[in-house]
Design a protein around this ligand. Structure first.
Ligand code: FAD
Ligand code: PHB
Length: 398
């Protein structure tokens, strides 16, 4: 049976980043991914990185193209009541965010891992994990038409919300918390210049809209949509028409449209499992928690988990002490719940939940208050740029 120190299930951002960080610490690992390399590389998802995520990608030595090609955004706009208000992230917090696609991060990490001779297996089917409550966990999988077995010290479940790892834990050992939202996001990518240099989150009585981008020539736009709406109901012309209507008029007028190169619908949910560790299995990223994309937190939380776990495992292999790995779940969850709260709050502030005009008036009142209060804006901006890692500063000074 083959052996490694850490078996990583899933080659999304959390699995690849963990693999690279462990490798740089001299910790042997194997990554097993169900899909093909092309499939993983083609999945269009997140676009906004906190500075903390940029820092960990630099630490992982995959930041060169990121630093050259990212767009640094010092602020974003809130659209509501026919107007647009700029949230000055830099002025309020001293920090900015970076726009750089998840597809590019996955590509940079995959190339770095392969260049370093990683044991990274795409098309690994029927992954099954065992012995997670013993000192010698095992992983069984099919690859190249053969069944393979791997023994390891630890398993990192980086296999997303639908993965196999979380489902391998006895139900009574973990508690899950979930909220499903009654709508989804319809997203398109198009090779047209963005309508604005910064992102626009727009509250509108017809529903939420988001204007984002990948570069000066590539735009990413989203519309709140019904969960049961088929993609075919949204030809490009209808999408552009609806987007224009949901933006402040002076913005909508300048929208440049074109043929979409990708179009998809994603459901929105909040989900957390506690604890994020069972025996020798650790859960990371979407396998442990999901947030609605409104706060741009999912990928950033995945990067934070990889950062935390690689530090804990490095400490364990250096000293033999389990103190850090024992605290992994507790330290991650403190930050996770704050991101869950922020993403839920930003979603409820900007999306249409019902036809009830009272609810919309309350949203407008809150947006009016928020944009008129430096204290409220600072709180929002602090959460958007990303909360600090580890113990909160106030807890430290006590
Ligand atoms: P995933 O990316 O889901 O990777 C899991 C991997 O595991 C996949 O490659 C999967 O194929 C593999 N896998 C699954 N099951 C198995 C198995 N049984 N065996 C082997 N492999 C398996 N986040 C942000 O921070 N900012 C944003 O702006 C943002 N925007 C978003 C927009 C949209 C429309 C969506 C849908 C998400 C967005 N997110 C955003 C969230 C972000 O994309 C995710 O949080 C992120 O992909 C999580 O990474 P992960 O590695 O944990 O999981
Ligand atoms: C994106 O560009 O895909 C994006 C940006 C900000 C979000 C969500 C998604 O909040």
């Amino acid at each position: 049976m083959a052996r490694t120190q850490v078996a990583i299930i899933g080659a999304g951002p959390s699995g690849l980043l963990l693999s690279q960080l462990l490798h740089l610490q001299g910790i042997d690992n194997v990554v097993l991914e169900r899909q093909s390399r092309e499939h993983v590389a083609g999945r269009i998802r997140a676009g906004v990185l906190e500075q903390g995520s940029v820092d960990v990608l630099l630490q992982a030595q995959v930041g060169e193209r990121l630093l050259n090609e990212r767009l640094v955004h010092d602020g974003f706009a809130l659209g509501f009541a026919g107007r647009s208000f700029r949230v000055d992230l830099k002025g309020l917090t001293g920090e900015a965010v970076s726009v750089y696609g998840q597809t590019e991060i996955t590509k940079d990490l995959t190339e770095a891992r392969i260049a370093a001779g990683a044991k990274l297996f795409f098309d690994a089917r029927d992954v099954a994990i065992g012995g997670i409550d013993t000192a010698h966990p095992t992983v069984r999988y099919a690859h190249g038409g053969r069944t393979q077995e791997l023994s390891c010290d630890f398993i990192a479940g980086c296999d997303g919300y639908h993965g196999v790892c979380r489902r391998s834990v006895p139900a009574q050992a973990m508690q899950s918390f979930e909220r499903i939202y009654p709508f989804g996001w319809l997203g398109i990518m198009a090779d047209v210049p963005p309508v604005s240099q910064e992102l626009i989150y727009s509250n509108h009585e017809r529903g939420f809209a988001l204007c984002s981008m990948r570069s000066a020539r590539r735009s990413r736009y989203y519309l709140q949509c019904g969960l049961d709406e088929p993609l075919e109901a949204w030809p490009d012309a209808r999408f552009w028409d609806e987007l224009r209507r949901r933006l402040p008029p002076q913005v909508g007028e300048t929208l440049i449209t074109g043929a979409s190169i990708e179009k998809s619908i994603a459901p929105l949910r909040s989900f957390v499992v506690e604890p994020m560790k069972f025996g020798r299995l650790f859960l990371l990223g979407d396998a442990a928690h999901i947030v609605p994309p409104t706060g741009a937190k999912g990928l950033n939380l995945a990067a934070a988990d990889a950062r935390m776990l690689h530090q804990a495992l490095a400490h364990y292999y250096r000293t033999g002490s389990t103190e850090s790995i024992d605290r992994y779940s507790e330290l991650c969850l403190r930050r996770v719940w704050k991101a869950v709260r922020f993403s839920w709050w930003f979603t409820t502030l900007t999306h249409k939940f019902s036809e009830d005009p009272f609810s919309h008036r309350l949203q407008l009142a809150e947006l009016d208050y928020l944009t008129g209060s430096r204290a409220a804006l600072t709180s929002m901006a602090e959460n958007y740029v990303g909360l600090p890692f580890g113990e909160p500063p106030l807890a430290r000074s006590r």
